[in-house]
Ligand binder design. Sequence first.
Ligand code: ADP
Ligand code: MG
Length: 457
Amino acid sequence: MTSSRKSDDQILAKLQGVTKMYSQPDHYDILVLDDINLTILKGQFVALLGPSGSGKSTLLRIITGLSQPSFGTVLYRARPVTRPNPHAAMVFQSFALYPWLTVQQNVELGLTAKGIDRTERRQKALRLIDLIGLNGYEEAFPKELSGGMRQRVGFARALAVDPELLCMDEPFSALDFLTAENLRSELLDLWLDDKIPLQSILMVTHGIEEAVYMADRIIVLSKNPARIVADLVVNLPHPRNRKSGDFIYLVDHVYKTVTASDRPQLNSPLKLVPSSFHDPESEERAQLKPIPYGHLSMLSGLLELVSDRGGRDDLYRLGSELLLEVDDLLPVTDTAELFHLATVAEGDLILTEQGRQFAEVDVSLRKQIIRRELLNIPLFRLILRVLSAKSNHSMSKEFFTDILEEHFSHDQAERQLALAINWARFADLFHYDTDSERLYLADDQIAEAADQDAVLD
Ligand code: ADP
Ligand code: MG
């Protein structure tokens, strides 16, 4: 279906230097997409794969013209995209249907907007409702449908306008396993049988298996900021067998690429772009790095499992055994790396000496290990320094969220602090009182924090 000849008439969309920044209330902008260059050819089913929060939805919105890049251009059939592209249609993760309209009216929506007359609209909608397996439900309202049926309506509505480019933002992730599996293969049938006049499909996903199962090409994005770190071809014939050696090999390969791309981002500070002026204090605070969203109970479980396996195991296998998507597993392995308990190499998780100890000792010794590690992390040092300096050894949560908001969005700042409080509670580093919303040091912690003063400076 794809060819290596890239003559201009084969190019459907082209992104050149697409960069997106979101401005923050303070004087920093957050760089979300960094210099994305991408050419989408006719006939391609492209999967965009990346950790959550990396900018996949942002990129999709920019490609369809729903949002504009800060720098760079999007060309569609060699013309710059400056408004919502009428040849592109979008399917969202959550079934964005109008509750007061019937199935048929929902499907007809895009056609009404195009000024197509009533009879033709009706015929077309009925044909698509049939194609997508919803006949009999034309007059039903969204609330009467299951999640899977609603998503079918979403597909029918997107396809009704005869789009050339179908964009899907995690279209299967809110569905139960069997429904998702069904819809995936039905969509593939439609695509492969040429029953619909589609030129290309662009699917955002964080499921590696889903990408390898469906797409011809997988673009892997990094996070903070998003850059293209791999552009992989999937040349397995359809229907693809998830148990075949080739399939498993490719999934494993993509897994390695994704885990490798995730690592350098963790070790580098969040990329911030000073937009007007900067002061020395915020520069000092610029050392703050995002901490990974790893839960400590999950971390303990993972390390014990790997320890049982002799201290090293394949991440892909661990993920499937723990029923974790890569998106859920990576924050845990990132946390293991942050605490020097394990390293990731070649798609394997390998315990360090400290990691082996951690897996074997009881909870109180585990707390000590985590405590020692937390004392080396700028966010925790900052919190301890502030609490130690106060005469009442207490400070409002808001004070710290404000600092974090210099680096992160409001939601992220809240999440980072909630996680820090959670870790600190485990390691007995400081406390948090939910009623007064204050962080504080208990008596024994004051003495210990004083002991640590030398460490902190
Ligand atoms: P993904 O779809 O990969 O999960 P998104 O594209 O939704 O990621 O978001 C990427 C980043 O951009 C996130 O950090 C998010 O908080 C930020 N972001 C998205 N939209 C906005 C916005 N309108 N204003 C500020 N930040 C935003
Ligand atoms: Mg998204």
